[in-house]
Design a protein around this ligand. Sequence first.
Ligand code: ADP
Ligand code: ADP
Length: 232
Amino acid sequence: MITFKNVSKQYNTKDGDLVAVNDVNIKVDDGQIFGIVGYSGAGKSTLVRMLDGLEAPTSGEIDINGTNIASLYGSALRKQRQKVGMIFQHFNLLWSRTVIKNVMLPLEIAGVSKPERIKRARHLIELVGLQGRENSYPSELSGGQKQRVGIARALANDPEILISDEATSALDPDTTNEVLDLLLKINKEMNLTILLITHEMHAITKVCDAVAVMDNGSVVEQGSVFEVFRNP
Ligand code: ADP
Ligand code: ADP
């Protein structure tokens, strides 16, 4: 379970203090696909960076399965960050590495042996439907295929959560649907909790169980997709 308890984040900028996240309370149950939706500047990326331990909240607490992320340092934080898989709008693949080497990278960092890395990467490449493309370079792949590599890499260390940060925003509608179907499959088959950050309403209504709507740093609505988006 993921909980944000009264989480605020303030930046000190040259124009004064800027409240990027304002007293946010969110609860994500295990196995859910939970959407965070809002316009640009709403505070979504700031929430994600805090959840991944890249930034600490100014106040409040963020727990992942009972661990307060902001209380971790050094190797404990690095271990925790391996439990969070991330996929991104621009894929963030290494262009000089083949598909399989991209997927093996997090395993290398985690110190997994080479035979085990290869075995696990092959399995993940098959899971995302890219068998046969192991030795391709990212530049040889379509946008949807690149995101499949991103997903395989994000799953490499068997994470407790997968965060999708606008991961379909650069894709056309058909490819977006394929990637969302893959996320649904992973959610069901691996019982993996997924946090889906997006400004695309369609993505939310297609795959999410629950949703928080953010505006100007605050959660303005939260509940099941049915509750939040039913027509009055
Ligand atoms: P979103 O992801 O919803 O587009 P962000 O979390 O990126 O929103 O940004 C929320 C607000 O915080 C914006 O006003 C943004 O300019 C500001 N912001 C984000 N990161 C920083 C930072 N490192 N320093 C100062 N302001 C920031
Ligand atoms: P995105 O919308 O994809 O988050 P942005 O261009 O808003 O991309 O932000 C890119 C980076 O710049 C982020 O790491 C964010 O923290 C930082 N950033 C965003 N707004 C500001 C700001 N007003 N001042 C300083 N850094 C910012």
